[in-house]
Design a protein. Sequence first.
Lengths: 288, 357
Amino acid sequence: MTTKTKQRINRILLWVLIVLMAVWMLFPFYWAINSSFKSEGMLAMTPTTFIPRDPVTREVSFFTRNYEAVFTNQAFLRGIVNSVIVATSVTLLSLAIGSFAGFALGKLRYRGKTATLYIILAMTMFPAIAVLTGLYAMINNLGIPPIPSMIITYMLFTLPFTAWVLTAFFRELPTEIFQSAQVDGASPFQTFYLIMLPLTAPALVTTGLLAFIGAWNEYLFALTFTSIAPDARTLPVIIANFPSQFSRQIPFGEIMAGGIISSVPLIVLVFIFQRRIVAGLTAGAVKG
Amino acid sequence: MAREGSSDLAKREQRLAYWLLAPTFIILLVIAIYPLFSVFYNSFTNNVFASAAPGEFVGFQNYQRLLSITVRQLPPRLDEAGQPIVDPTTGAVQYESAVTVLPREPIRFRPVTQFDLFGSRFVLGATDPSFIRAVWDTIVFAVVTVFLELMLGMIVALIVNANFKGRSLMRAIILIPWAIPTAVSSQMWAYMLQPNRTGFFNTVFWYLGLGNGEIPFLSDPAWQLPSMIMIDVWKTTPFMALLLLAGLQLIPGDIYEAADVDGAGPVRQFFQLTLPLLKGTIAVALVFRTLDALRVFDLFQIVLGQARYSMASFTYYELIQNRQMGYSSASSVVIFLVLSVFAVIYMRSLGVKSDDH
């Protein structure tokens, strides 16, 4: 076999793998879109169809009432608002507080630094389920409403992660900038927010995105803290326990439509910020 | 610069560091450390959630009920002549009922599973079979998913590390399963796994002549774990792939050029160059993913509910459904301890740069 044919075979093999991989990754999402355009009758067809078809005429037909139903569903609309409030607040708070910590951990000299680094790293792995009981009891005793509860408790996973990733970014900034600013008479805090913070803007975008996605998708705390407060439910809780208003069975068409609507913002973010997200994800887990 | 001045500066710097770290540590103290201690404390009581009546201190009783297991040999059922009864059609020996050999005092043991060893039948009994089953299922789930994710994640990482048109599009595509909320993807897969031909999998299996088109993927215990594993592998392989990709990108390209010159084929290059150089990344990724898989909650709670538990969903239902705060705290502590072991291994393998200049 010549090298050329060998190369061509390799190329074909690579593309076969690429296509297989893309189908595997995207098919469940395609299936959800497909199902979201089916009426109850179309969903009940056996065997099921790969594109929405009319049960009688077998012709391709798209049923859009699921989306109408979802967008007129008060619980779902409130869920969108709740999710936006919670995820945005968590992101902003984590960035503000986490960048303080990240700057101290990455650039300042102080006693006990190794210990604090270890604590932050350990906290990035803290299992939420281990403190669920204690947190819920605390929230209950203090009478904190569910939405502020979620905003505060989500920092359990967003804050250590944000601080940890930002630490790595701050550390990579040249120390000379920091020192020369100090020589020029800037206080360390001025150096932080006038000089260092603008330089880490890309890192803030990255960690902010990851915090937002994490908060948007969080389920355990949201489910627990809103168990007696349906009005405060975020999208994941609503999708997982979809309130069936009209249909007798589980309203899969509406669930799929709602699921797609709540995934779209994330997919948009992924396509715009692919590079940053990848960098942030791996910085949090691999680089020390 | 004068000595005094620089030490003054150092002092100021140190004070600033403490001020900057304070908010983070105060928040973590309130939402992590304090609740953790209260969970530890509660795990020794029989407190009921949101109840005005105070519970009592019960010592290790919750742990005893959670974790007690025993293995007993199961005697064969004997006929009047003292011979074991054998099923005439299958030829299988019939055994006594498991409850007859399991202890009833001080807490009643119930059977979890039976197994054959050295020609005898044994029964595994536990005081809380649901929890023991949840622990076992979670461990099996974690080991199998992490293994499959490593294999598939490696393939995915090698592909998106290769040079081809549309590579960055492909990298965005593999982020989609990761980015979609687990609540959504769990519902998507639950619908694909419907127990009749309205579901994708039953339809495809039926077209292929496998099964009768009515495989109960989510209600048949034999299919439940494989289904969960399949969903989780789809969802988290991308993350594994990204971790491995980050490792791959750190390997300098000229090593491969040298190998090419030496005439080593791609397979040999992978096993003799890539894999050894990636060992550190793989170790970190494995521990990280194991930690994640052991605390799986969303998927189990949404798809299986109370039909089958993971350790986390067991804890959740004990708290929310049964309001057993003491008992669910004890299972939280067990999860915490198990995960801590992995977390320590993870931190060891990662190594913290403390870089004091």
